[in-house]
Design a protein around this ligand. Structure first.
Ligand SMILES: C[S@@+](CC[C@H](N)C(=O)[O-])C[C@H]1O[C@@H](n2cnc3c(N)ncnc32)[C@H](O)[C@@H]1O
Length: 214
């Protein structure tokens, strides 16, 4: 297995048991053959195999089966959106949002990463996922990352931000939170990035002299 395959395989969430806690649940399905699917508005080939999803029931998804919005999935195209950061990261790394733990396990498979601190707000996500995460080189903190990054003194070589918002409940666009996190981490983190940050936000950060890792 090459380095990238090792990281992608470590990032998979097949070992996290199916279950539910509060409005959150882990759902798994088996795809028997390669399929063409719509992934965030683009046609993609989904290879056969097992997919694990972290879902949250929301007002907007009550009519669906299963009743929930996909917060994270361990498909190859989703994992690829985090891969650039995982490969570049080294030293002491901050991750906001545990989710299925894919990014954290991918980072742990990168030998240049010494230690990861992961901040997760949802007690339900922690109940479902934390017991199945590695214990070495990893500290998981139960906190709101927006508050934690504002209120604490810390120093990291790299940070990756990947939260989730329920806009149906009036929460802000994800990029607004990611911008807030990046701003809170200025002068405390050498290199940082966020999941699929929109171009206008990237331009704004670049104007402020912040180099983003994608
Ligand atoms: C998209 S998932 C993260 C997926 C993760 N990157 C992975 O590899 O599986 C978003 C996560 O952020 C968490 N979250 C949302 N808001 C948060 C906040 N303010 N502070 C910390 N975690 C938060 C959610 O509970 C969820 O677990």
């Amino acid at each position: 297995m090459n380095h990238i395959d090792t990281i992608l395989s470590a990032a998979k969430a097949s070992h996290i048991p199916v279950g539910e806690s509060g409005l959150w649940f882990i759902f798994r399905r088996e795809i028997n053959r390669d399929r063409v699917v719509d992934y965030r508005g683009q046609e993609r080939i989904l290879p056969a195999g097992e997919i694990t999803y972290l879902m949250r029931t929301t007002m907007g998804t009550l009519h669906r089966d299963p009743q929930g919005e996909v917060v994270m999935e361990d498909t190859i195209f989703e994992l690829n959106t985090h891969l650039g950061f995982i490969l570049k990261a080294s030293g002491n790394v901050l991750v906001t949002g545990l989710g299925l733990g894919c990014v954290v396990r991918g980072l742990l498979a990168n030998p240049n990463v010494d230690h990861i601190t992961c901040i997760e707000k949802s007690e339900d996500v922690l109940k479902l996922v934390q017991p199945h995460m590695p214990k070495e080189r990893l500290t998981i903190i139960h906190a709101d990352a927006l508050e934690w990054t504002k209120d604490n003194d810390f120093s990291f070589d790299y940070a990756w931000h990947d939260l989730w918002t329920d806009q149906g409940e009036g929460e802000p666009h994800l990029d607004v939170w990611h911008m807030e996190l990046i701003t809170n981490c200025i002068n405390k983190v050498e290199n940082q990035g966020a999941w699929r940050l929109l171009r206008p936000f990237k331009r704004k950060l670049a104007k402020g002299g912040i180099n983003l890792v994608a």
